[in-house]
Each structure stands twice: as C-alpha cells, then as structure tokens.
Ligand binder design. Sequence first.
Ligand code: GDP
Length: 295
Amino acid sequence: MAFEGLSDKLNAVFKRLKARGKLKESDIKEVMREVRLALLEADVNYKVTKDFVAAVSERAVGSEVLESLTPAQQVIKIVKDEMTALMGSENVRVRFSNRLPTILMMCGLQGSGKTTHCAKLAKYFKSQGKRPLLVACDVYRPAAIKQLQVVGEQVGVPVFEMGQGDPVEIARRAIMRAKDHGDDLVILDTAGRLHVDEQLMEELTRIKETVGPHEILLVVDAMTGQDAVNVAKAFDERLDISGVILTKLDGDTRGGAALSVRAVTGKPIKFVGVGERLDQLEAFYPDRMASRILG
Ligand code: GDP
C-alpha cells in the first residue's frame, strides 16, 4: 500500500511521544529529527523536508504546546496542518472555459499512465454531464492511437485521430470537429518519451501555442519518487503546466512525489490515479491525503 513505510514510521514516533506526557523543547527537537529522517527515507525532496521540519518546529516549541496538557496531540496536529499546507491546502478543480470547447492538454513521459488518464478524465467528466472528445496526438507509436481508441470505446467517448499526421494539425482539426459536434471538452493525448527531451518539449510547445489549452495537466508516476518531481519541474519550466495528475498511488509508493511536487513546482496535484481500471481516479484533497499518511 502507498505510504505504508512513512505512515508506520511517523506513527511509531508519535506513539513514543504520547507516552512522554509533558514535553521540553529538547523532546520536540528529537522528535523532529526522527520526522525528518522518515520523510527523507520516503524520498521527500531534501529542501522540502528541511523547510517542513523548520515550519513544524517553530510552531511546536511555542508555549501552547509546551504548556499544554496534551502536548503530543498538539504536535501531531501541527504536523498534519503543515503536511496539508505542503500539498496545497485545498482541492484545485479543473477550470472550464466559457467559450466552448474547454481544451485539456495532457502530457507526460511514456508509461506514466497518460493515455489511461485521458480516458479516466473523459469518463469522470462525462459522468458530470460533459461531452468529451479524446484526441490522438501521440502519432509516433501506432499502438498509442489504437490504445486510445480502445479506452475511448470502454468509456463511451469518441476518439479523433488522423493516423500519423502532424500533432499540431490534428489538435486544430479536433477542436474544429468538437465545435461542429457540440463536444464541450477536448482532451489531447500528446506524445510521451522515455525521458524529457528537447524535441518533445518543442512539439508540446507548438501544440500549446497553436491551440491555447485551458489546462495543461502533467501525468507523473508516483512510483518514481523524486524522478517524478524532477520531471514535473522540467515540464513546468517549459510549458507552465496548470496541474499534476499523480498516478499509481495504489502501488507501494513511498510518498516522496505526493509530498514534494507542489512545493517544488508550485503547481497543484489535481487528481490521483489509484488503479488500472478507468473508474480508479480521485480528485486530490490535501487534507485527506495528510490524514491517510498520518493514519
Ligand atoms: P502512457 O504511456 O503514459 O500513455 O501510459 P499508459 O496509460 O499506457 O499506462 C502505462 C501502464 O500503467 C498501463 O499498464 C496502465 O494500466 C498502468 N496504469 C496507469 N495508471 C495507473 C494507476 O493509477 N495505477 C496502476 N496500478 N496502474 C496504472
């Protein structure tokens, strides 16, 4: 299960803390050293960990904790508050445009779950009354077009494709077709690569500049930890993404990506993928995630 190691470690730290009764400043310091280690072992970004520990420590050595009758509870609450803030505090929804259609540009490395999540989003928004159109802009692998058609059929959403043509032209034509057919949500499945590379970034930039997407959502694999965060930083620097979809949270991911990506990029996680099935998508709520991690 995701975050198991981190949850177990933090729970053990807090259990020892609860057994102590009244706390001194030195006790808090010791606890925060343990929290710091647990975060680093969970692959949380070094600077994020450092800032987090500093923020919690500053609040925890205040008189309301040290003089409280339940100091351990107070410390745990502060950790939870700061962890929620770290992940962005609030759920950030997808913005819909007044001018139809709303255009979502999905990007990410190969294998991150991009195509699957295009279909998951189509299903999610279809169930809210939208009329999505999926668009095959990943033209380099014929299998990618086929895969989008298969998942499109599974969720009952049309798929626009023009074979292995120019992805910018495909996106433009798809938007014209959406206008003609009254599809109010266009989801562009763009090409992925094994690594961030210049050619990919140039292509994504051209699509962005031509169609002016309302949202650019980056799909990253939570299992890859800090790599996911570095990928998010690289994409954001080039494309100014509007949010992240963190996938494979059903696996035994350690937590580093979930806890670091917002702080490193400044961009919110909007959804999480929690399984291979096309209904296994959840809107991301920082407070619920913090509760899950802290058990
Ligand atoms: P793409 O190359 O980025 O388009 O990735 P795909 O959508 O083809 O997904 C790659 C693999 O990850 C597939 O086997 C998916 O079934 C799987 N996958 C995608 N999302 C999730 C998820 O949230 N959880 C799990 N366990 N597997 C996922």
